[in-house]
Design a protein around this ligand. Sequence first.
Ligand code: SF4
Length: 74
Amino acid sequence: MTAEKQSQLHREEDTTKPCKTCKWQTPDPTDPLRGQCTVNRSAIGGVWKRWIRDMVHMTCSRHEEGKLSFRDHV
Ligand code: SF4
């Protein structure tokens, strides 16, 4: 087990890795600029979601590019 710390989701105006392009994000169906981060859902079985208030200007160190093919049925 690693005791790696979560890097907090934070605002970064000119980020090259916005949540918008991250495979862990799930867009809000009513507002595409917002969404939820599901990065921890597959980690240790814990459900851990966070609201992303600005998909384009927020990021964190967990950013991974990829298709939104990840699905985890609750
Ligand atoms: S892992 Fe980080 S960059 Fe990706 S959606 Fe979650 S908060 Fe955003």
